[in-house]
Design a protein around this ligand. Structure first.
Ligand code: GDP
Length: 201
C-alpha cells in the first residue's frame, strides 16, 4: 500500500469563501459527532494529532484543510448531531456546510462516516438524501468495526444496505474501517488515489 507521506495543516475556515484556492482535488470527511472522524483522519495521515480528537460539543465549527502529499486536500468538516447544540449553532453549521458542498468546485468526494454498531439513523439518512439530491458524490464509511465481531459487523452492514436500497437504486461505495485494526485504510487511500489518477489523465 502506498501510504500518505506528508500531511500538512493548511487552515481553518469559518466559511466557504475563506477556503484555500480550489486548485487541487479535494475529499471531505463528515459525520455525527463522536463517529470517529478525527481518529480516521489521523489513521489515514499517520499523524496522531493532525485532527483533534474531542468528545466535547460546542467547539468552533470550522472547515479544516490539510494538504496531502502536495497533491490533494483532505477536509475535516465539523460533525453534526450534538445533543446539546443550540438552534442557532445548528443553523450556522447548516449554512456553512451547505455553502461548502454547493459551491466547492474541486470537491471530488464526500466520505460520510457512520458508526458500524448503530442502526441507520434518520439524521444520516437525511444527509445522504440531501447529498444525492444535490448531485454531490459520496461514499459511506462505517467506523469502529473492531467494536464487535466480524459477523456482527457484516450483519449490521447488510441491514444498513437494506434500508439504503429503499431510498436508492444504486448504492454508493461502502468502506468498513477501524482505527484500532487499521481495517479499510488501504481501501480508502486507494479509492482516493484512483480518482486523483483519473483526474490527471
Ligand atoms: P469525532 O468526534 O468524529 O472526531 O470522533 P473521534 O475520532 O474523536 O472518536 C470518538 C471516540 O471514539 C474516541 O474515544 C475514539 O478513541 C473512539 N474511536 C474512534 N475510532 C475508533 C475505532 O475505530 N475503534 C474504536 N474502538 N474506537 C474508536
Amino acid at each position: 500500500m502506498q501510504e500518505i507521506k506528508k500531511a500538512l495543516f493548511v487552515k481553518s475556515s469559518a466559511q466557504m469563501a475563506d477556503c484555500p484556492e480550489p486548485n487541487l482535488p479535494e475529499y471531505a470527511f463528515i459525520g455525527r459527532s463522536n463517529v470517529g472522524k478525527s481518529s480516521l483522519i489521523n489513521l489515514l495521515t499517520q499523524q496522531n494529532h493532525l485532527a483533534k480528537i474531542s468528545t466535547k460539543p460546542g467547539k468552533t465549527q470550522l472547515i479544516n484543510h490539510f494538504l496531502i502529499d502536495e497533491a490533494w486536500y483532505l477536509v475535516d468538516l465539523p460533525g453534526y448531531g450534538w445533543a446539546k447544540v443550540s438552534k442557532t449553532e445548528k443553523a450556522k453549521w447548516k449554512k456553512m456546510v451547505n455553502e461548502y458542498f454547493e459551491q466547492r468546485q474541486n470537491l471530488y468526494n464526500v466520505f460520510l462516516l457512520v458508526d458500524s454498531r448503530h442502526e441507520p439513523l434518520q439524521i444520516d439518512l437525511e444527509f445522504m438524501q440531501w447529498l444525492g439530491e444535490n448531485g454531490i458524490p459520496f461514499s459511506i464509511v462505517f467506523t469502529k468495526t473492531d467494536k464487535q465481531g466480524k459477523t456482527k459487523t457484516q450483519q449490521n452492514l447488510a441491514a444498513y444496505k437494506r434500508v439504503l436500497r429503499k431510498q436508492w437504486d444504486e448504492l454508493p461505495p461502502i468502506f468498513a474501517t477501524s482505527t484500532v485494526t487499521g481495517e479499510g485504510k488501504s481501501d480508502l487511500l486507494q479509492y482516493i488515489r484512483d480518482i486523483n489518477n483519473s483526474v490527471k489523465n
